[in-house]
Design a protein around this ligand. Structure first.
Ligand code: NAD
Ligand code: ZN
Length: 249
């Protein structure tokens, strides 16, 4: 592990265009459960599919109930050492940006500026009719008080968190930009993702196809481990601290 961290730090120093790709694992140390761990979100609730959300009022209420449940933990979470270290790498100058599958906004809270949110953000609500965006907090409070799904204040349209649900298309602009970053980097580091959800999980392979080195940092094996140049199976906070200490040597 020490040797792998040392080599990672060396590659980080040498690289000209680094891309960091994160999943729910980077935020578990901020108290937000991931999806696929034993205590993860999918061990507790069934996701509401986008088509159901559109078709059925009961599905919309269930969706809002689930979002209200996870709201406190996500909206008021603080970034952890991992988020802050990655923000620090951007300040060094060779980090193109962070592509994240997370919807918690913690990279930005930690100071990262170039962030592509593949799955949107739970910090905001979007109107599916007029596209207006709102801060999520007052709408979740309103739902918790009334247990009625709120309407868009501007057009009375359907309101949903500004996140991508199962069955909902990713934002074409965001995924296009992520593809460009993956093709154009020389070091791609994935941190805290099980790498099973596509097309997001294709990005590391795109980077490799276009000649980048691939580093995977995750507590457990992923299906892309065999494609990586370095695989570190460890806790994210401790691992990134160790790499960072070697970077500033
Ligand atoms: P995932 O749950 O499938 O995988 C997370 C991985 O991180 C797991 O392999 C787990 O072993 C590892 N991990 C967890 N904590 C760790 C730690 N402290 N140190 C090292 N490894 C750790 O999540 P994913 O790959 O991001 O994919 C699925 C989806 O989860 C995404 O679509 C995302 O939108 C959604 N999601 C986001 C959040 C969030 O915003 N924080 C939370 C839950 C789910
Ligand atoms: Zn509207």
């Amino acid at each position: 592990m020490d040797e792998l961290c040392r080599r990672t730090a060396e590659w980080l120093k040498e690289a000209e265009r680094v891309v960091v790709f994160t999943g729910a694992g980077i935020s578990t140390e901020s108290g937000i459960p991931d999806f696929r761990s034993p205590n993860g979100v999918w061990s507790k609730v069934e996701p509401v599919y986008f088509q159901d959300f559109l078709r059925r009022a009961t599905a919309r209420r269930e969706y809002w109930r689930q979002k209200a449940d996870s709201h406190q933990a996500m909206y008021f979470a603080e970034p952890n050492a991992g988020h802050r270290i990655i923000a620090g790498w951007e300040a060094r100058g060779n980090l193109r940006g962070v592509i994240t599958q997370n919807i918690d906004g913690l990279h930005q809270s930690a100071g990262s500026r170039n962030v592509l949110e593949l799955h949107g953000t739970a910090r905001e609500i979007a109107c599916l009719d007029c596209q207006e965006r709102y801060d999520a907090d007052p709408f979740v409070r309103q739902f918790l008080e009334s247990l009625e799904v709120p309407d868009c204040p501007a057009c009375s349209g359907v309101l949903k968190h500004a996140t991508i649900s199962f069955g909902q298309q990713l934002d074409a602009q965001v995924i296009r930009k992520a593809g460009i970053w993956a093709r154009d980097c020389d070091l791609f580091i994935t941190i805290g993702s099980s790498l099973v959800v596509t097309p997001a999980a294709d990005l590391p392979l795109t980077a490799v196809d276009y000649g980048a080195r691939l580093i995977i940092i995750n507590r457990e094996p992923t299906q892309l481990d065999s494609a990586a140049d370095i695989v570190i199976h460890g806790e994210i906070g401790a691992t990134l601290r160790q790499i960072n200490a070697l970077l500033t040597d």
